[in-house]
Design a protein around this ligand. Structure first.
Ligand code: CMC
Length: 423
């Protein structure tokens, strides 16, 4: 077997060091022992593994995504979001008894404190973005559950996990209802997780809101696909804030804030705005030409890790067909298909290995289901909460050090203070 080490020669001194390769990485601490004065410079963590994790496996070259070893395609076909959440958190699929108790716990923690809604959410300006409301409301929950600070107590941790996963749809729907001036809808414990969310979103005066089963299933599949994605920007925010031993609500709010950005969870919103701006099929070539000249990006394309088709995008494309059979076709679909066709046969995108990512088609589905585009990142945050929580628990169980990167200082040398009247 080949020697699993890397040899570094310090040409300043001629010294040589052998550093072992473990699980495809080299420990920066071994490097540091050999060369304490030389730091790794890796803005954006392009080549840095910031932790060990047993949750999600991702091979960007081959387009593979697995949660706890299970292929995403099988989970999307046969599982449910809540079962996947349990899997991510516990490492194994639940037994029937574990599943029953998990579903019961989630179902009975969907209500939010009246003050969260009445005093807090309703205090926002009438046109507040629902994602901004969600980020703030999640942070505010830490003030309602003081036991959340007991992060080293597994029982308390489990309580906060259940609360966060269960209350996220309630907060999300409440933010939407407020932003459109509709009364709040209380959770209906007789409905499944996705069906209950749709009820809280759309119910008007009927005693019980039953969404179309195909739409309930489509939403559940989208929730499965968005449940985790290893060390993405928001999960890194969760781990960073979590490493300071902040309570899970504060850390989760930080993660949701990262997800709000258009380069991350805001991309599906950006896709719809882009399709709207393109307007019609004949404008597609000019738009592509503009992107190639540096005038904006093809939203929903490209990924830091996937350098072939994002496996989630293939599933989303299929789900889109099923949803459109119920809702009618999203008029932007043809523009999206044309964009994909043009981009995948254009050397600019091919040579940079830019393929559709999960956000390219998900926005079309959400829009066809009636969600306003401001809700798209919120729809991402609901299921990603399971992933954030799984990483948070893993981090605490690993007793991880506080995240504290170093820097290469490139500023001014020491200089003397100049009083204001002499500047
Ligand atoms: N359209 C046009 N050109 C692109 C795009 C795009 N969508 N993405 C990357 N490029 C080009 C970029 O200009 C650069 O070209 P050059 O080498 O000539 O300078 C090259 O490809 C590499 O791009 P990069 O910005 O260095 O790549 P990155 O890994 O830092 O960025 C990304 C990844 C996802 C932020 C980026 O591809 C992007 O902005 N995509 C559009 C936004 C989007 O769809 N985001 C959702 C990501 S998936 C969901 C999630 O994880 O949240």
């Amino acid at each position: 077997m080949a020697d699993e080490t890397i040899t570094i020669t310090d040409n300043r001194s001629g010294e040589r060091f052998d550093i072992p390769i473990v699980d495809g990485g080299i420990a920066a601490s071994s490097w540091r022992k050999a060369l304490p004065d030389v730091l790794f410079f890796d803005p954006g963590y392009l080549s840095t593994a910031a932790c060990e994790s047993a949750i999600t496996y991702l091979d960007g070259e081959e387009g593979i995504l697995r949660y706890r070893g299970y292929p995403i395609e099988q989970l999307a076909e046969r599982s449910t979001y809540l079962e996947v959440a349990y899997l991510l958190l516990n490492g194994e699929l639940p037994t029937p008894a574990q599943n029953e108790s998990w579903l019961h716990d989630i179902t009975y923690h969907t209500f939010i404190h009246e003050n969260v809604r009445k005093r807090f959410l309703e205090g926002f300006h009438y046109d507040a973005h629902p994602m901004g409301m969600l980020v703030s409301a999640v942070a505010a929950l830490s003030t309602f559950y003081l036991d959340a600070k007991e992060i080293h107590d597994p029982e308390s941790r489990q309580k906060q996990i259940v609360r966060l996963i269960a209350k996220m749809p309630t907060l999300a729907a409440a933010a939407h209802r407020f932003s459109v001036g509709m009364p709040f809808v209380y959770p209906d414990n007789s409905l499944s997780f996705p069906a209950n969310f749709l009820s809280m979103m759309w119910k008007v005066a009927e005693p019980r809101f039953d969404a179309h089963p195909a739409l309930v299933r489509a939403l559940d599949v989208l929730f499965i696909l968005h449940a985790d994605h290893e060390q993405n920007c928001s999960t890194t925010a969760m781990r960073t804030v979590g490493s300071a031993h902040a309570d899970p609500y504060s850390a989760c709010a930080a993660a949701a804030a990262a997800l709000y950005g258009p380069r991350h969870g805001g991309a599906n919103e950006a896709v719809i705005r882009m399709l709207h701006d393109i307007g019609s099929l004949e404008n597609v070539p000019a738009f592509i030409a503009g992107v190639k000249q540096g005038r904006g990006r093809l939203q929903g394309f490209g990924h830091r890790v996937y350098k072939s088709y994002d496996p989630r995008a293939a599933i989303v494309k299929k789900v889109a067909g099923e949803v459109f059979e119920v809702t009618g076709k999203n008029p932007f679909l043809d523009i999206a298909l044309k964009l994909e066709e043009e981009a995948l046969s254009d050397d600019y995108f091919v040579s940079r290995r830019l393929y559709p990512n999960v956000d390219f088609y998900s926005g079309l589905i959400y829009q066809a289901m009636g969600f306003p585009i401001e809700m798209f990142p919120v729809l991402f945050a609901i299921p990603r909460t399971a992933g954030w929580m799984a990483h948070w628990v893993e981090l605490l169980e690993q007793d991880a050090k506080i995240a504290r990167p170093r820097q290469l200082y490139v500023g001014a040398d020491q200089r003397q203070y100049v009083p204001i009247d002499q500047r």
